[in-house]
Ligand binder design. Structure first.
Ligand code: GRF
Length: 214
């Protein structure tokens, strides 16, 4: 069974969604290690409670980005992991690392990529006036928030939303699609062909999110 390394920097609610999916039997893999780039990240406590192997790899303890990434690589390999999930991991990986783990690193982004990449995306979503946003699970490439898209969920932007209310609504969708996308990858049902994902899974064509409601 494939082992997964989950990289976090903070709260770890997406990590929790993966832990819960595994506990329900909805994940065809095991979490081999949780790595935090920050000491005291609340997500580490979630890992501890779930009985998962966990550790901190701090950028400040490494002389360069390459040295930091080399340590991440060492920890992932030492714990027998064949797949990496970024879950609120606030560091940009070096091109060498992204290449070495090509198609074996997943990320979740709280917007409908390729729209609104980068940090602060809920603020920019609100400023833009779009009425539908969402979240995206994708394979990681050296460019930030780029790479073949594995799954997306659409979420309405509601009148009166602020960054917090919107982020909270998108987060519910994140927790739904991250385990789903990861499970498809673990089951070998996701292929990357010419930088696009082909998924062997049923597609819903009968549903539509319209905002405002018709
Ligand atoms: C999530 O919104 C994720 O999409 C983004 O950072 C946030 C992390 O939240 N990359 P959590 O640490 O998983 O609770």
């Amino acid at each position: 069974m494939t082992r997964i390394a989950v990289f976090i920097s903070g709260r770890g609610s997406n990590l929790q969604a993966l832990i819960d999916a595994r506990a329900r039997g909805d994940l065809a893999g095991d979490i081999g290690v949780v790595v935090s780039s920050r000491t005291g990240a609340p997500g580490l406590e979630r890992a501890r409670k779930a009985g998962l192997h966990h550790c901190v790899v701090e950028p400040a303890d490494h002389a360069s980005r390459e040295a930091f990434d080399a340590e991440l690589d060492r920890v992932a390999k030492q714990t027998g992991c064949g797949l990496i999930c970024l879950a609120g991991f606030m560091r940009i990986l070096t091109p060498g690392f992204a290449q070495a783990w090509r198609d074996r690193i997943l990320n979740i982004h709280p917007a409908l990529l390729p729209a609104f990449p980068g940090t602060d995306c809920h603020r920019r979503v609100l400023d833009s006036g779009v009425m539908i946003t969402g979240c995206t699970v994708h394979f990681v490439r050296p460019q930030v928030d780029a790479g073949p898209i594995i799954a997306q969920a659409a979420v309405p932007v509601l009148p009166g939303d602020d960054e917090k209310s919107l982020a909270d609504r998108v987060l519910v969708a994140e927790h739904r699609i991250y385990p789903l996308a990861l499970d498809l990858v673990l089951q070998g049902r996701v292929r990357v062909i010419e930088e696009r994902v082909v998924v062997d899974a049923p597609v819903r064509s009968d549903d539509m999110l319209v905002n405002p409601a018709p």
